[in-house]
Design a protein around this ligand. Structure first.
Ligand SMILES: [Zn+2]
Length: 155
C-alpha cells in the first residue's frame, strides 16, 4: 500500500524534482542529490525527472520534490512538507551527504515515516519502491532483500 498522501502524478513511478538554485552551495547540492537519486533508482522501480522551476510554477496540482541546501548542522531526517500537493521540500545539510542519507531524506518526502532511531517499515518501503513493474526488477528486488533493508536506516 502506498502512503495515503501519495500524489496521483507519481503513479507512473516517475518522480518530478527540482533544485533551489538560490541555495548556498547549489553545485554541491546538485551533485549530492544526483548521487542520492541514482542510489534509489538502482534499488527500486522509481525514476526521477528533473524539471525547470519556471516550468513547475505554471503547473497546477502538480507534486514534486524540491531539494535545497542548508549549511546549518541540522538533521535532514524529517518530513518537511505539510500540504498533500505541490512542493515537497527536502533539506540537504552537512549531516546528510552520503547517497544513502540523501535517499533517506527523500523517503520522507515520499510520505514515509518511522519512529525515532528506527528504520522505515520494510513492507511500506517495498510497496512504494516496487509499486510499478520495471526492467531488472528481480535484480533490484534481490538488492532490496539482501542489503537494502538497512540502506535507509540512517541513525
Ligand atoms: Zn528519517
Amino acid at each position: 500500500m502506498l502512503p495515503e498522501n501519495w500524489p496521483s502524478n507519481w503513479n507512473s513511478a516517475v518522480i518530478p524534482y527540482t533544485f533551489n538554485f538560490y541555495s548556498p552551495s547549489s553545485k554541491r547540492l546538485i551533485s549530492l542529490v544526483k548521487k542520492g537519486l541514482s542510489y534509489i533508482e538502482e534499488r527500486s522501480c522509481l525514476t526521477f525527472e528533473e524539471y525547470d522551476p519556471r516550468e513547475l510554477a505554471e503547473l497546477k496540482n502538480f507534486t514534486y520534490i524540491y531539494f535545497s541546501y542548508s549549511g546549518v548542522l541540522e538533521d535532514c531526517c524529517l518530513p518537511f512538507f505539510k500540504k498533500r500537493y505541490g512542493r515537497r521540500l527536502v533539506l540537504i545539510t552537512p549531516l546528510c551527504t552520503l547517497p544513502a542519507e540523501v535517499a533517506h531524506a527523500t523517503m520522507h518526502a515520499f510520505g514515509l515515516h518511522h519512529q525515532n532511531h528506527q528504520p522505515f517499515q520494510e513492507n511500506k518501503m517495498k510497496a512504494l519502491l516496487f509499486h510499478n513493474d520495471c526492467q531488472k526488477i528481480e535484480q533490484k528486488l534481490d538488492i532490496f532483500e539482501s542489503r537494502m533493508k538497512n540502506m535507509y536506516d540512517v541513525k
